[in-house]
Design a protein around this ligand. Structure first.
Ligand code: GLY
Ligand code: MN
Ligand code: MN
Length: 435
């Protein structure tokens, strides 16, 4: 098996150190029924995977911090009958050895062992409130420990959300993670190029989606990181459009927001391009403004700059552009002050990116936007969405454009992971040139 457990063991050690004393309980995700007896493709819980590297369902990580730190896995037992139907299971013995746990037990023993392990621990760390079923179960187990008080055993009275520690750890990507994210970005950029080459009038949005999925899967990224948005024409102005079932029209733009998940890490790219391979004058006018906003935002994604600096930079360019296009009137400061731009740009310019497409991590420290630091990964994704309205020039109706890249903050600047997906008018038209 090509798997290095030390990456995950190091993370467990770091979490144990921060916990100081107490017990952490981190379950993986449940399998989810789709209908009858079939399930959605299984996806582990991100926090569980971050600390274990273990991808089987029905597993729980328990960590005990203190003088003798412990990492214990509870997982499914070997079961030759079930393995004939569903495939390989590690079982506790092999999982302990190959994933570097101090101990591993069958998942059926979880409640009994937790009852013992929780006793006399001062603090209980778990994803508090994340899942009502787990809340009931964990607090019920704590209640049973409380009842042992006359035997001199105390239950943890300090109950904390372990995500406060984990979110901060996950916000800073290590070299192992950045390597995977570069891989995810490379596959997704190739998928966007494939989609551009394939697109033409009269094809359906779902046929373009199929090209994206083909590129993801055939390079080892078995799933998209989120449902792909393939939005032709006016549908680009529906921010979460996932119908993907319309025919593509000559003269329309196509907005694709799609990225693969590779080894548990997301990529998240948006490109907007003409269905027929050639931007119209009006489309180009809007596109160049969004591209200039994105260029300014990426230039502001620098170490020590505030989280909001890319958003502010994008807004200034967009506000001027909206004035030039006669979508807004007055001065840039006036448009920003009145938030008149929100009619055409109603979302923010990015989010953290990692195991989750909208990854964990605080955006503010106290009342202030936090400073960008090396190892943070964010998206930069300004856009412009022009719905038909009496006070909007008709030539611009139904133009929806977003341009999104994935950016790592480095010591001296940034690294754009998704640069290889064309985004200038010239590069897009060149790639789509019909011979
Ligand atoms: N694809 C989700 C987003 O861009 O935030
Ligand atoms: Mn995004
Ligand atoms: Mn996106």
């Amino acid at each position: 098996m090509n798997f290095n457990p030390s990456v995950y063991m190091d993370r467990r050690t770091r979490l144990l150190t921060q916990m100081q004393r107490g017990i952490a309980i981190i379950p993986t995700a449940p399998e989810v029924a789709r209908n009858a007896d079939t399930h959605y493709g299984y996806r582990h819980d991100s926090n569980f995977y971050y600390l274990s590297g273990f991808t089987e369902p029905e597993a729980v990580l328990v960590m005990v911090a203190g003088d003798t730190p412990l990492s214990i896995l509870f997982c499914r037992e070997k079961n030759l009958e079930r393995e004939i139907w569903d495939g390989h299971r590690f079982g506790p013995d092999a999982a302990q050895e190959q994933f570097g746990f101090d101990a591993a037990y069958p998942i059926e023993q979880l409640d009994e062992k937790l009852g013992e392990l929780m006793g006399n621990q001062p603090a209980l760390f778990y994803p508090l409130g994340f899942d009502a079923g787990w809340d009931r179960r964990i607090l019920g187990l704590r209640n049973s420990v409380l009842q042992k008080v006359r035997g001199g055993i105390r239950a943890p009275d300090d109950i904390r959300d372990v995500r406060a520690l984990l979110n901060e750890m996950r916000l800073f990507k290590d070299g192992h993670e950045l390597g995977i994210m570069r891989g995810a970005a490379a596959i997704s950029t190739a998928a966007h190029k494939r989609a551009m080459r394939f697109t033409r009038p009269d094809r359906f949005e779902y046929q373009v989606e199929a090209e994206l999925l083909h590129e993801f899967c055939s390079h080892g990224a078995r799933n998209p990181a989120y449902t792909s948005i393939v939005a032709g024409g006016a549908s680009a102005c529906v921010l979460h459009y996932v119908g993907n079932n319309a025919v593509l029209k000559d003269g329309d733009l196509l907005l694709i927001d799609a990225g693969c998940e590779l080894d548990g890490y997301a990529s998240d790219i948006t490109r907007t391009f003409p269905v027929n391979g050639k931007f119209s004058g009006a489309q180009k006018d809007v596109y160049e403004i969004v591209l200039a906003a994105q260029t300014a935002a990426i230039a502001a994604a620098m170490p020590k700059r505030a989280w909001n600096a890319p958003h502010d930079a994008a807004l200034r360019v967009l506000a001027q552009g909206f004035i030039d296009l006669k979508l807004c009137s007055g001065s840039v400061d006036g448009v920003l002050e009145s938030e008149a731009y929100k009619k055409f740009y109603m979302h923010r310019t990015g989010h953290w990116l990692g195991m989750d497409v909208h990854d964990v991590g605080d955006y503010k420290v106290g009342n202030d936007w936090r400073a960008l630091q090396p190892g943070m990964v964010l998206t930069v994704e300004p856009g412009c969405y022009i719905r038909p309205a009496d006070d909007v020039p008709m030539a611009l109706w139904n133009i929806g454009i977003r341009i999104e890249d994935d950016v790592v903050i480095t010591e001296n600047g940034n690294e754009v992971l998704t640069d290889a997906a064309p985004k200038t008018v010239a590069d897009i038209e060149e790639l789509m040139k019909r011979t």
